[in-house]
Design a protein around this ligand. Structure first.
Ligand code: NDP
Ligand code: 8X3
Length: 255
């Protein structure tokens, strides 16, 4: 399916995979509706996209704020109301320690963002897709939604929930013309690890030591491929690893 002229909404578009999806879908001729909390970054991006002749619209959104999610999508300008593709990408991890030492605020933030936030945005966007009889929802899951690794119980639980929600959405939307897909990346070098380690860049860098991780653009290319399939084809699930990764815990590192 051509993405030319399609309206694509990307949550968490201010960095990493989300920002790469914005570039990739813009190159494919899509119209970009982008949101995140760091709206300064988004507005800069919109300005450069518009300069390049690409239609784009940004709004500040914390996906955990259910009233703000509902109001933001309901209040979009008329020409941005019909969303063809929703990329549910906003998400994060906080902390990497044994459950018995975990910080409750970290747990709340992960579950509220990765699970509730994804649900709130989907609930705001899906009725329009169902009414129009077409649309595509692409959830960014993780290898952490397929495996559980030490010290990652709550993040892994949040991504397992994304997997379950994706399956449930596909069942509930069967026959509506709305497709639902999930893309599960392995290690991607973005701001993810810096956020996980509360700003500790040295510790974040060690995550990718001696191996070649994916970049946001690799994930974005796969998301584009999922979105470009013809209407009768749904890529239900994708697992995307760097070549140096074989599972959540088996990563080949050169010394
Ligand atoms: P980044 O930290 O680079 O990007 C995360 C994005 O999510 C940012 O744009 C951030 O924007 C946004 N975000 C976080 N919290 C909120 C919130 N409450 N409301 C709105 N937006 C929010 O990490 P990635 O690009 O790597 O992460 C993107 C997705 O990919 C996440 O769902 C992550 O779990 C998943 N993932 C990442 C992997 C990796 O190794 N990097 C592997 C597998 C999956 P802002 O702070 O401006 O709000
Ligand atoms: C992000 C990848 O392995 O840190 O979802 O969980 S991992």
């Amino acid at each position: 399916m051509s993405l030319n002229g399609q309206t694509v909404c990307v949550t968490g578009a201010s960095s990493g995979i989300g920002a790469a999806c914005v570039d990739t879908f813009a190159n494919a001729g899509a119209r970009l509706l982008i949101c995140a909390r760091r709206s300064d970054r988004l507005h800069e991006r919109v300005a450069s996209l518009c300069e390049a002749g690409i239609e784009a619209y940004a709004f500040e959104l914390d996906v955990r704020d259910r009233a703000a999610v509902a109001a933001s999508f309901a209040g979009l300008p008329a020409d941005w109301q019909c969303i063809d593709i929703l990329i549910n990408n906003a998400g994060l991890s906080r902390g990497l320690e044994p459950l018995q030492e975990g910080l409750l605020d970290d747990w709340d933030e992960m579950l509220e963002t990765n699970v509730q936030g994804l649900l709130y945005v989907s609930r705001a966007v899906l009725p329009g897709m169902v009414e129009r009889g077409s649309g595509h929802l692409i959830n960014i899951g993780s290898i952490a939604g397929r495996e559980v690794y030490p010290n990652g119980a709550v993040y892994c639980a949040s991504k397992h929930a994304v997997g379950a929600i994706t399956q449930g959405m596909r069942l509930d939307l069967s026959g509506t013309g709305v497709k639902v897909s999930i893309l599960d990346p392995g290690l991607v070098n973005t701001e993810f690890s810096k956020v996980r380690f509360h700003g500790d860049q040295d510790r974040a860098d060690k995550t990718y030591l001696g191996m070649t991780p994916l970049g946001g653009v690799d994930v974005a290319s796969a998301v584009r491929w999922v979105a470009e399939q013809p209407a009768h084809v749904n890529v239900a699930e994708v697992l995307l690893f760097p070549s140096d990764q074989a599972s959540a815990t088996v990563v080949h590192r050169r010394s």
